[in-house]
Design a protein around this ligand. Structure first.
Ligand SMILES: C[S@@+](CC[C@H](N)C(=O)[O-])C[C@H]1O[C@@H](n2cnc3c(N)ncnc32)[C@H](O)[C@@H]1O
Length: 273
């Protein structure tokens, strides 16, 4: 979805975020995977004080009160999404709604007066760290449990010959050196073989592998994998919210860096000669 008329930059950003984030609710696999994860932690959630960090419409806040959470803070920085969450929660039976408080502010500035037992979050970008996971390293509280607490950026090297089509020809792919493009080619679901980046709550982001020396193929693909401890929750290509990201090979070694600017976290990718 694109905004086609001229609006103020602030309104543009707010609506653009709203449009980007509501589409996640088309991804039923993602929703179900999170619900399974929350149910697996039912004993921890029951009677606890919980946070949904970046609550969107607040469906996991609702799930947590249904599982018996004593109190859930549903934190959302986008005012339009916070409105939608409030409306949705107001329509719940009173005994559930009264235990959820929508807090309209950035998660990194939220300072709860009580201890937080459980934090649920879905702040994973297509390239793992390019959305909002960094926020979890700047919290003003220390939850006992973060769900999910880990993620990887997986990669694979393939031959563009097996992706030939009439439009995205190997010649087109060759022009994309140094550029990461999502949704370019149809994923075959077997390409993602090894981790290149890992993020863990409490540890942050680390490079696991930078070299593809010895691997045959002129096309590199990446895909995010959400994990809790070692268990996979969602994966690019399988949960439609995340697709594969492609680039033409231009060497054997590459590097990712992520830098915060005022509005967003930029991903920088380069081949190392
Ligand atoms: C991918 S959506 C997930 C929504 C919801 N947790 C879910 O999984 O259905 C991410 C949400 O987090 C919000 N968000 C991102 N960064 C945030 C931050 N620093 N503080 C508060 N909300 C944030 C976005 O506006 C968006 O609604």
């Amino acid at each position: 979805m694109n905004i086609l008329n001229q609006v103020s930059p602030k309104r543009f950003r707010t609506i653009d975020d709203l449009l980007a984030f509501i589409s996640i609710y088309d991804d039923y696999k993602r929703t179900q995977a999170y619900q399974r994860l929350l149910r697996a932690y039912k004993n921890k959630i029951k009677g606890s004080v919980c946070v949904e960090g970046g609550c969107g419409l607040g469906i996991f806040s609702t799930e947590m009160v249904k599982l018996g959470a004593r109190k859930v803070y549903a934190i959302e920085q986008n005012p339009l999404l916070a409105n939608l969450a409030r409306n949705k929660i107001d329509n719940l039976p009173k005994y559930l709604a009264q235990r959820i408080e929508v807090v309209e502010e950035p998660l990194q500035s939220f300072q709860p007066r009580r201890h937080i037992d459980v934090l649920v979050q879905e702040l994973y970008g297509q390239l793992l760290y390019d959305e909002d996971l960094w926020v979890l390293e700047h919290l003003k509280f220390k939850p006992d449990v973060v769900l999910p607490n880990r993620g990887e950026l997986l990669a694979g090297v393939v031959s563009s010959a097996s992706y030939r089509d009439a439009v995205v020809t190997p010649g087109v792919i060759e022009q994309l050196q140094g550029v990461l493009v999502d949704g370019l080619l149809e994923e075959k679901l077997t390409e993602l073989r090894f981790p290149v980046l890992e993020w863990k709550y409490g540890k942050g982001l680390t490079h696991v592998r930078r070299s593809i020396k010895g691997l045959k193929g002129d096309l590199l693909c990446f895909g995010v994998s959400l994990t809790h401890n070692e268990k996979r929750i969602c994966e690019a290509g399988k949960c439609p919210n995340w697709s594969y990201v492609w680039t033409a090979r231009a060497g054997d070694k590459f590097e990712f860096t992520f830098q915060k600017s005022s509005a967003s976290l930029g991903c920088f990718f380069r081949w190392i000669r």
